[in-house]
Design a protein around this ligand. Structure first.
Ligand code: SF4
Length: 81
C-alpha cells in the first residue's frame, strides 16, 4: 500500500524563505523553492527583528561589564575591615 504524499508546502500556502533565512536548518526545499518548515511566512518573521526559530542567527547578547572604581572599592574594603 502506498501512503499518500504529505500536502506540499505551496499547497498549504507557505511562502518562500527570505534572504535572512539563508543558512537556517529549518529550510526545506520543495520543487526548487525553499520553504521554512516552522513558519508559514518567513518574511513576516524577520520584519520585526531576528526570527526566533532561526538556527543560524541568535540575537546579540550584550554583556555589560560593570567597571568598579578601584579607589572606591579599596575604601569600601578597608571600611569593612
Ligand atoms: S526558522 Fe526563521 S530563519 Fe529559519 S527558515 Fe524559518 S523563518 Fe527563516
Amino acid at each position: 500500500m502506498q501512503s499518500q504524499a504529505a500536502t506540499s508546502y505551496s499547497e498549504r500556502n507557505f511562502k518562500p524563505v527570505v534572504e535572512q533565512c539563508e543558512g537556517c536548518d529549518r529550510i526545506v526545499e520543495e520543487s526548487g523553492t525553499q520553504f521554512c518548515q516552522s513558519y508559514i511566512m518567513p518574511a513576516a518573521k524577520w520584519r520585526i527583528g531576528i526570527c526566533n526559530f532561526a538556527t543560524h542567527a541568535k540575537p546579540e547578547i550584550k554583556v555589560v561589564t560593570v567597571r568598579v572604581n578601584p579607589l572606591k572599592a579599596a575604601k569600601r574594603a578597608s571600611a569593612k575591615g
